[in-house]
Design a protein around this ligand. Structure first.
Ligand code: SF4
Length: 196
């Protein structure tokens, strides 16, 4: 039943045209996001041009994906154990073709899919990667967390364990949350998984 509902949601996302600027791109939501039975969900910002928009696998094919794999390996967490999605399911680009942040309207449009995905997968632990993902949860159920004050701490949201951490992009590692600190943050993720 869960698989059938997930397949229906994948079909619905594939044909979604809510965001005019995403015309010509398609939602990264499929069995490649992970098992619907996963107890741990990671939520990113949006698929990257060179990453998931190309490979269709969240956080793969670019440096953010390579960094995430390295952080997951540091706590011995396998991709098979997690489901990965994002606040916006399609890749937002500037007119010149570069990645850009999803607009508030696009995030609002995609809240439906994030809410349905969380309901369906029903994870015990949610890990948000970056401020956009953390903010996106507010649209589903309000919380007062912000990344600066709440990162790498164990919180409760919707009766689930929530750990906000920083995005694994090279830009974030270079300027906001260094590699060594992110490795420590993942130790908190490991602790949250162990305790839930
Ligand atoms: S980002 Fe989400 S809401 Fe917007 S077109 Fe893609 S699937 Fe639809």
């Amino acid at each position: 039943m869960k698989q059938k509902l997930f397949d229906e949601l994948v079909e619905e996302a594939a044909s979604c045209t809510r965001c005019p600027a995403m015309c010509g791109r398609s939602a990264v939501l499929s069995k490649l996001n992970g098992s619907p039975k996963a107890r741990i969900m990671l939520i990113g910002e949006a698929p990257g041009r060179k990453g998931a928009d190309r490979t269709r696998v969240p956080f793969s094919g670019d440096q953010s994906g390579a960094n995430l794999d390295r952080f997951l390996q540091s706590i011995n967490l396998q991709r098979e154990q997690i489901f990965i999605t994002s606040a916006a399911l399609c890749n937002p680009r500037t007119e010149s073709g570069a990645n850009r942040k999803p607009t508030q309207k696009e995030l609002s449009n995609c809240t439906y899919f994030l809410r349905r995905t969380i309901e369906l997968i029903d994870p015990t632990v949610i890990v948000t990667l970056g401020s956009v993902a953390l903010e996106a949860l507010k649209r589903i159920q309000y919380h007062e967390l912000n990344l600066k004050d709440s990162a790498a701490q164990i919180h409760t949201w919707q009766e689930r364990t929530l750990v906000p951490i920083y995005h694994p992009s090279p830009q974030v590692l270079a300027s906001h949350r260094r590699d060594a600190q992110q490795l420590l943050d993942y130790q908190v993720v490991a602790q949250a998984i162990k305790c839930s």
